[in-house]
Design a protein around this ligand. Sequence first.
Ligand SMILES: [Zn+2]
Length: 83
Amino acid sequence: MPIYEYHCSDCGQEFEIRQKFSDDPATVCPACGGSIEKLISRTSFALKGSGWYSEGYSKDSKPKTPSICPKEGACSSCPSAAA
Ligand SMILES: [Zn+2]
């Protein structure tokens, strides 16, 4: 069951609620009864993103270059640009 993070705009409290996908999103703060909004978990998103990226990168291309060029191979120090 996925866990959703909510933030209460009234009391400022953050909490997690376990919900099914079929459940309606919670809208009321259990602490003060104020209105709450759903947060996207930054931690799980970052873990998922980096895992997917490093996995796909190592599979698709061999780690020839130790550093990833910020210009995607278009800078003067890139081997592909020099060739
Ligand atoms: Zn509250």
